[in-house]
Design a protein. Structure first.
Length: 280
């Protein structure tokens, strides 16, 4: 991937962040911290990898994406709006009673959403089912999922891990957003799941550890997943919660809290300045 493409994807990542902040601020509710930490991964998948078409959102041969950490819907909605699934302006309706952009992804009402999620642990199981269905039906589409590190405290995640390995779902690639924080504090203190990489290797997954904000590292992990046969792939993406907004970074207090007007203005200013810096 050349430097021009990297810059393009980084700009998209900043736009994802700006949209997520806009949504949470407009709703005065939501989850900004984890939305910001997965923006680089979403930018790469939606704008450099996945076969999806907003003009044909239900195409049977499209790649599937499941946001297992469904509370980070602001980031997903932001990237879907950038991709053209619905108007960008609609992000301001996030979490309103009459909006199709609810607090967690809803496959029945939101264009581009492949799986309703929110109850942690269920999304990765649904992704496994999609991947197995592709195998049974002779389809070549791939399934991508993003999980949270705090989510790994849910037992169903490990049932899904067993399932995916047993059925050799090499068309499934999941990312763990390993930012080290969840709503109650550091994951190591709330429910220590370290080493995530070693655990998934023990479950017979192909495992890659990367900097989840490095586009070249994301690309390398995705390319490895695509050539790995007989095993699902887990990408342990080491990230920073609240990435890109100084006062949100590495703070569990910003797991599920909306910025006030002053904080919103600062967040937008910082993100826009960082995006502009890419052109210098």
């Amino acid at each position: 991937m050349d430097q021009a493409k990297i810059k393009e994807l980084k700009k998209i990542s900043y736009d994802i962040k700006l949209g997520a902040i806009e949504a949470v601020y407009s709703a005065n509710s939501g989850h900004p911290g984890g939305s910001l930490s997965i923006s680089d991964i979403l930018a790469y998948l939606y704008f450099n990898e996945m076969n999806v078409d907003p003009k044909d959102p239900d195409c049977v041969d499209r790649d599937r994406f499941v946001l297992s950490k469904g509370h980070c819907a602001p980031a997903l909605y932001s990237v879907l709006s950038l991709k053209g699934f619905f108007p960008r302006e609609d992000l301001k309706t996030f979490r309103q009673a009459d909006s199709y952009l609810q607090g967690h992804p809803d496959m029945k009402h939101t264009p581009g959403v492949d799986m309703t999620s929110g109850s942690l642990g269920l999304g990765i199981s649904a992704a496994c089912g999609m991947a197995l269905a592709a195998k049974y039906c002779g389809k070549t589409y791939r399934v991508w999922a993003v999980m949270g590190d705090g989510e790994l405290g849910e037992g169903q995640c490990w049932e899904a891990a067993l399932f995916a390995a047993h059925y050799k779902l090499d068309n499934l690639c999941a990312f763990v957003d390993d930012n080290g924080l969840q709503i109650d504090g550091p994951t190591k203190e709330v429910m220590n799941t370290e080493s995530i990489a070693d655990k998934f290797r023990a479950f017979n997954w192909n495992v890659v550890e990367i900097d989840g904000h490095d586009m070249e590292a994301i690309e390398a992990a995705v390319e490895l997943a695509k050539v790995t046969k007989g095993k699902p792939t887990m990408v342990v993406a080491h990230t920073i919660k609240g990435k890109g907004v100084s006062y949100m970074e590495n703070s569990c207090g910003w797991h599920g809290k909306a910025p006030n007007a002053e904080e919103y203005a600062q967040a937008v200013a910082e993100l826009e300045a960082a995006k502009a810096e890419l052109d210098k």
